[in-house]
Every structure is written in structure tokens, then in C-alpha cells.
Write a protein of this length. Structure first.
Lengths: 261, 148
């Protein structure tokens, strides 16, 4: 028999519904990691590994009948929302393998901003990939960062990452970054060099190493790297579906050279 | 009077031209949309695996000016068994998996299927001369260069 998680709290915001299966209390300083399907599924693979390694509990979900495909996720006989929320200690992870429609992304960015503010999250981390044309040849990957506040920048003092100074960003993380900046949330966008069109667990591992330093918790990536090929194999469908969404979000703009920097 | 007729005639021709352009644009837009929908429906009926035990790889085709660059993602493939052939504008990909793969934990939909190899036929927008092809394999990825 299928089981339905008891909903502790349900809140409709615009065309989205936020579900909580239990009270979410985060220790301080608190961090939120948001993973949406994007370049090489770097964010999704990173978040999935963090949830698995730190054994975070599923505490909620986000759904929309307007902007998300009519999907339910069935996990160990439980019905879950397409956008899943995991938590443990001082960490909140918002995880989705599905890309909402473009208009839905704008509303989702606003809703997440409001939700994270209300949860009193101190820092938001956005792990993503930066497509490079010669990824086939490159083995040592660089990570770039973008911080929205001085407080967020302080967390990056001892990490192996370079500042992202000039260029275009397109896609779901560009939207989130805009909204979080407007709301003055301490946000760090991490961009590790990766494939655009193929799942890239190696880039995810590099992102996780940086996240591990930022949040001060050890997250082993050995298993992720050992399992890299099987993750790539399993992630083919998710990647194929993501590419369609990315084309609509003008992801190609990221390869363009700005006239004025 | 002649000048006025000439101006009127010119104006009618301009309206006719812009109307024709509008119709052409709209027609192309509808055709494009129809093609996208057809590709989407076609993909819906062709998942990335087959119950006979083969997987379909992800690939990309990029026009680099003097040559085409094709990347194929073949995780878990036995590099020695990678077989890429061309016939006209078709590229045939075949590779054995290093070990038998199962999507454990998945109910139905391939959850019970054992996968042994990759198979794919890619329709390219050009005819390929096999003499002008170079193939590289590394870490489960294949790069194919086709010189124009």
C-alpha cells in the first residue's frame, strides 16, 4: 500500500504549495543549499550526495499544479513532492530534478526567498556548473564563486575558488541570484567547470569540497568519484529533460563574450 | 496626378511585401513549433533504455567551422569494444558495458532488465567520408572529429 507522509504544515503561495512533514528547526549558523537542474546536473548531483552522506531527513516539499509537470515522486512507498526539502542540524537542502516552466521559475525564486528568510537561514549556497568547451581534455577543474554580501564573502577566505568577475549567467541560478541579492540574503553561487550537456559528477565533487570548507563539515567525495560512471549512466534521462529547459532559458548566452565589462 | 498614382502604387507594394513577410514568418514559426512538438513526442516513445538490454547514450554534435565535433557519453563502457561506423549521413554507435547493469530499486520500467551494451544510430545533417574521421576515447567519453 502506498503511504502518504502526514503533513504538519501546508501553505499556498501563488501557484505553489509548500509542505512540511515536521517542524523545521535549524541550528546556527544555518545554511541552505538549493539544487535545480542546470549545467551538467552539477547542483543536483552535489545535493544528492550531500543528502546521502550526511543522512539528512526529508522534512518537506514544494509542488505546483501550474508550473510543474503532473508528477509525484514515489520513494520507498511514500508519495513525495517533485521539489523535495531535506534537513539535518544546521543544513537545509532544497532538491529538484525537474525544471519548472520559465514563468514558474520567477515565482519559485520569490517564494524560496521568502521561505528562507522566514526560516532564518543565514547563508544560501547555490552549487552549479560552468560549461567549458574543452571539458573532454580538462582534468583539473576550477571553481568560481559569486557572493552577494560581505558577510558571505568572508566564508570564502580559505576556499579553493576564484572570484567570477566578468561574463553572463543564464538559467535557474541566475534568477535565484537576482532574487536573493534583492532580498539581501547572504548567498554564494559556486560554478565549477563542467560539461553542459552531460552529467558531471567530477565537477559536483569539486563543488562539494568547497561547500564542505564553507559549512565546516566533512563530506567525503571518494564514493561519489568511485561511482561517477554509474551516476552518469543513471542521470541520462534527467540530463536529457534538463537540456530542453535550458535551451528555453537561453543557456547559450553563457558562452558569449560581453561587449562591456 | 501620375505622381500620386505612383506613390499609391508604391505604398500598395510595400503593404503587399510586409504582408507576405508576415505570412512567411508566421508559417515558419508554426512549422518550427510543429517540428519541436514532433521531436518531443518521438522522444517520449523512445526512452534511454530498451528492454532487450541496451542503453542509449547522450551525445552532442557541434559545428566547429572546418570540422564537426561529436561527443558521446559512454559511462561504464568497455573502451576496447567501442565501435563507431558511418554510412552516408548515419553514425552507428555500439559499445559493450564493462559489467552487466541493473537499475536497482526501480519498480518495473527497466528495474528488472539487465543491460549489456550501448546502441544508437545518429542521423547527421551531412554525409560522412570515413577517411576524414578521427576518434578519441577517454574516461568513458568519446570525441569524434569529422573534417569537412
Amino acid at each position: 500500500m502506498i503511504r502518504v507522509l502526514e503533513v504538519y504544515r501546508e501553505e499556498w503561495v501563488g501557484d505553489y504549495v509548500i509542505l512540511e512533514y515536521k517542524p523545521i528547526e535549524l541550528q546556527k549558523p544555518s545554511y541552505a543549499i538549493i539544487s535545480l537542474p542546470d549545467t551538467g546536473l552539477v547542483g543536483v548531483i552535489s545535493a544528492w550526495h550531500i543528502v546521502k552522506t550526511l543522512q539528512l531527513t526529508e522534512v518537506g516539499g514544494v509542488d505546483s499544479y501550474t508550473y510543474l509537470p503532473p508528477i509525484v515522486v514515489v520513494s520507498n512507498k511514500y508519495l513525495r513532492a517533485p521539489i523535495r526539502v531535506f534537513s539535518g542540524n544546521n543544513l537545509l537542502v532544497i532538491y529538484s530534478e525537474f525544471m519548472p516552466a520559465q514563468h514558474g521559475l520567477i515565482q519559485l525564486s520569490k517564494i524560496l526567498t521568502n521561505y528562507l528568510e522566514r526560516k532564518g537561514v543565514d547563508y544560501v549556497l547555490l552549487p552549479s556548473g560552468m560549461p567549458i568547451q574543452n571539458r573532454f581534455e580538462v582534468e583539473s577543474l576550477k571553481t568560481y564563486y559569486l557572493a552577494t554580501t560581505t558577510k558571505a564573502l568572508e566564508l570564502l577566505k580559505s576556499v579553493d575558488a576564484l572570484p567570477f568577475e566578468n561574463g553572463f549567467l543564464a538559467g535557474p541560478y541566475a534568477l535565484l541570484l537576482k532574487e536573493f541579492t534583492r532580498a539581501r540574503l547572504n548567498t554564494i553561487l559556486l560554478l565549477t567547470e563542467s560539461f553542459l550537456e552531460f552529467p558531471d559528477p567530477e565537477a559536483s565533487a569539486k563543488n562539494i569540497n568547497v561547500i564542505s570548507r564553507i559549512i565546516g563539515r566533512d563530506i567525503d567525495v571518494k564514493e561519489l568519484l568511485e561511482q561517477a560512471e554509474i551516476i552518469r549512466l543513471r542521470a541520462r534521462d534527467a540530463m536529457k529533460n534538463t537540456l530542453r529547459g535550458l535551451a528555453q532559458l537561453r543557456k547559450d548566452v553563457e558562452y558569449a563574450v560581453p561587449l562591456y565589462t | 496626378m501620375d505622381e500620386e498614382f505612383e506613390r499609391l502604387f508604391k505604398r500598395i507594394k510595400e503593404i503587399e511585401r510586409s504582408f507576405r513577410e508576415y505570412i512567411e514568418d508566421e508559417f515558419q514559426r508554426v512549422i518550427r513549433r510543429l517540428r519541436e512538438d514532433m521531436i518531443y513526442v518521438e522522444r517520449m516513445f523512445s526512452p534511454m533504455w530498451h528492454y532487450e538490454g541496451y542503453l542509449r547514450p547522450l551525445y552532442s554534435v557541434i559545428d566547429k567551422g572546418s570540422y564537426y565535433e561529436i561527443y558521446i557519453d559512454l559511462p561504464k563502457a568497455d573502451e576496447q569494444s567501442i565501435d563507431i561506423r558511418f554510412n552516408d549521413n548515419l553514425m552507428y554507435i555500439k559499445a559493450r558495458l564493462k559489467e552487466e547493469i541493473k537499475f536497482r530499486g526501480l519498480s518495473g520500467r527497466g528495474g528488472e532488465t539487465k543491460f549489456y551494451e550501448y546502441r544508437e544510430v545518429v542521423e547527421l545533417p551531412f554525409k560522412v567520408d570515413p577517411q576524414k574521421v578521427r576518434i578519441f576515447a577517454k574516461r568513458g567519453f568519446v570525441k569524434v572529429l569529422i573534417y569537412k
